[in-house]
Design a protein around this ligand. Structure first.
Ligand code: AMP
Ligand code: MG
Length: 236
């Protein structure tokens, strides 16, 4: 983790321009401190608020499963600031991943790829693949950049409850001692990210979301299948 005082943050963090944003660079510094103290940080994305911790810290990730009451069989999405950070959690990065990252990141497209050895098994529910995405919210991108590490980020609610689209929703589930909230205002999407399995050929949409199979097929220039409609292969 790279350490920064609020003063350093003010001079090194790019200006945050989202008009709906409530937090400041000082809040990002506080979030980093909270993480270093073992607290979880709820962060805004374009879909819903995520509950974050360093993806390489198995103990903190375990804390997320506990706090949410999430079954250990449900793997987490790892959030990254860019392709280069994504490559740290993936054992392979095919050309398709670069094409899709260039087209849809930051944005609501999650890519499933072979997992790098260093990613704790708890993140992937013991599986050999990892789900990774770059969220489109300037505050969260600044948080990831400052932390210098990828973060897991399931929705910041207790399992089975409605996903939070504003800070007040998060606070209804978790108290201040447990979760620091980076308040970025209301999320605009509310709908989950599309999950695309790139370990299959052709790639397969595992979970529908804001980015359609058609848009993905068009970007790749090749067919994409849809787990929910296995017979209808995606057009291009
Ligand atoms: P969420 O609960 O919205 O944070 O999204 C987590 C979902 O992403 C899981 O329930 C899976 O549907 C999907 N996911 C995460 N990791 C993987 C993976 N390694 N392989 C396939 N799907 C995954
Ligand atoms: Mg959820």
């Amino acid at each position: 983790m790279r350490w920064m005082t609020p003063q350093m943050m003010a001079t090194t963090t790019p200006p945050l321009t989202n008009s709906t944003m409530h937090a400041s660079p000082e809040d990002i510094a506080q979030a980093i401190v909270a993480l270093s103290e073992g607290r979880l940080v709820a962060f805004p994305t374009e879909t819903v608020y995520g509950l974050g911790a360093d993806a390489f810290d198995a103990t903190l990730v375990e804390g997320i499963f506990r706090a949410k009451g999430r079954p250990a069989s449900n793997p987490l999405i790892v959030h990254v600031v860019d392709e280069s950070m994504a490559k740290r959690v993936c054992a392979a990065w095919p050309a398709e991943a670069s094409v899709l990252a260039a087209k849809f990141w930051p944005g609501p497209l999650t890519l499933v790829l072979p997992k790098a050895e260093g990613v704790p098994g708890i993140v992937t529910a013991g599986g050999s693949t990892v789900a990774v995405r770059c969220p489109s919210h300037p505050l969260t991108l600044a948080l990831l950049e400052t932390l210098g590490s990828p973060m897991v980020g399931p929705s910041a609610n207790r399992s089975g409850h409605i996903s939070p689209t504003c800070a007040a929703h998060v606070r209804m589930s978790f108290d201040e001692n447990q979760v620091f909230i980076l308040d970025g205002g209301p999320c605009t999407g509310g709908i989950e990210s599309t999950v695309l399995d790139l370990t299959r050929d052709p790639p397969r949409v595992l979970r529908p979301g804001l980015v359609s199979a058609e848009e993905i097929a068009e970007a790749l220039g090749s067919a994409v299948t849809d787990a929910q409609h296995p017979s209808g292969t995606g057009q291009h």
